[in-house]
Structures are given as C-alpha cells and as structure tokens.
Design a binder for this molecule. Structure first.
Ligand code: BG6
Ligand code: MG
Length: 219
C-alpha cells in the first residue's frame, strides 16, 4: 500500500505526554473523590479535555455547574503543563524524527491530528512546530475522537482523500476515529487496546516508511 500522506496523533505517538495527562486527571479525580485507574485512563486517551472531565464526573455521579467545570479544567491543564514543562527535542519518541525526515525527503505530506489544545506548545518544545504541512488540534475541532473530524480536516488541508493517508494512533478512540473516517491506521501500543487498527506495533523503533506501509499491506 502506498500513501501520499501521514497523519500523526501527538500525545502518545510523538511524545509520551500520555503519562502526564494520566497523572493530572488522576490527581483531579482523587480531589473529587472519584476512583480513576489505568483502565479509565485508557478510555480517555485521545478524548478532549471537556469530554474527559465529563467522564470523570459521570463516573462519580457528580453534577457541577459550568463555571466549576471550567475551573477544574484550568486546574488540570495547569498541572499537566507543569509536568510537560521539561519536554525537549530529545523527548520525541523513538523513530518519530527519523520518520518525519524521511517523509519530507520522499514528498509524503504530513499532518498533525490531535485532540489537544496544547499541541502547538508541545510541538514547539520538541522543535517540531514547523515540521508539519498542517496542524489540526483541539482548538479547531467541534467533535472529539472517536469522531473522525480531526483526521478528515487534516486530510482535507493536505489536499488528500482519507484513503490516501495513513493515521498513526496510540488510542482506541483515535483508531476508531480513523476507521470511521475511511483511513488506514497503524496502532502504536498494545493489541489489547488497538486491535481494530489495520496493524499494531509497540513502537516505531527504526521502522522506515516502506516497512510501515508493508505492515499495512500484509495485515
Ligand atoms: C489527547 C490526549 O491528545 O488530548 C488526552 O490523549 C487529552 O489525554 C486530550 O485529554 C486533550 O488535551 P489538552 O492538552 O487539550 O487538555
Ligand atoms: Mg494519543
């Protein structure tokens, strides 16, 4: 299979911010007296800030007014940004920078498709802000993954059709978003969570673009 574009998720694909999001949500859930473990967190990967808060509130049978919800989201985000403050270029996950460089040489278009409103800030810390042909993030979206909006906007901005793009995702919600948008998707993580993807790897490691595309062909 040959793709003309590649859409990257950010958190958990380009950099391990997934663990920072988890710590920040768990701290907030603790303060609210809501049990929150790794399996809850798995469901929130790729899900927007507001939908993540709603998940926690629903789990705890809590009903809060909108000002309180805003305050809680600001608090979670401040905690998250504090944890993410030290991110530097060497924190890009293995294989990411090499893949981006290779795609540029090959003329394959690259886009970011993230639910995060902090995406540009995080990419800037990684020195990757200028690497993408298009960036679609939580500031542009009306619907959170698993809705395909993020990837459809990304493909459209690259001037490509969904079937011409490969999505790289670490989250079940993101894999579902890609599938329902008509994209091929490589899951990066565990088969248990990402089994619906066309192929799953534990990490990109030193896989090059041709090897990645072969994984999809031989699914
Ligand atoms: C996704 C993360 O990329 O972005 C989620 O997987 C996170 O964990 C979501 O909640 C929203 O991020 P932010 O940075 O806008 O709070
Ligand atoms: Mg992710």
């Amino acid at each position: 299979m040959t793709f003309k574009g590649c859409l990257f998720d950010l958190d958990g694909v380009i950099v391990d911010t997934a663990s920072h999001h988890f710590v920040a949500w768990r701290t907030l859930a603790d303060e609210l007296g809501v049990a929150f473990d790794e399996s809850d967190n798995e469901k929130l990967k790729g899900v927007s800030r507001v939908d993540s808060l709603e998940f926690i509130l629903q789990k705890g049978n809590l009903v809060l007014d909108s000002n309180t919800k805003l305050r809680l989201m600001e608090k979670k985000n401040a905690h998250y940004l504090g944890l993410a403050a030290q991110i530097q270029p060497s924190d890009a996950l293995p294989g990411i920078v090499a893949l981006i460089d290779e795609l540029k040489v090959l003329g394959v278009k690259i886009g970011l498709g993230s639910s995060s409103k902090n995406a540009e800030q995080i990419l800037s810390k990684l020195g990757l802000l200028d690497a993408f042909d298009t960036i679609v993030d939580g500031n542009h979206l009306t619907l959170s993954k698993p809705d395909p909006e993020v990837f459809l906007m990304g493909a459209n901005a690259l001037g490509l059709l969904p079937e011409e793009c490969l999505v790289l995702e670490d989250a079940s919600a993101g894999v579902q978003a890609a599938i329902s948008g008509g994209f091929s998707v490589l899951g990066i993580g565990r088969k248990e969570e990402l089994g619906q993807a066309d192929a799953v790897v534990s990490g990109l490691g030193d896989l090059n673009w041709s090897e990645i595309q072969n994984l999809l062909t031989h699914k």
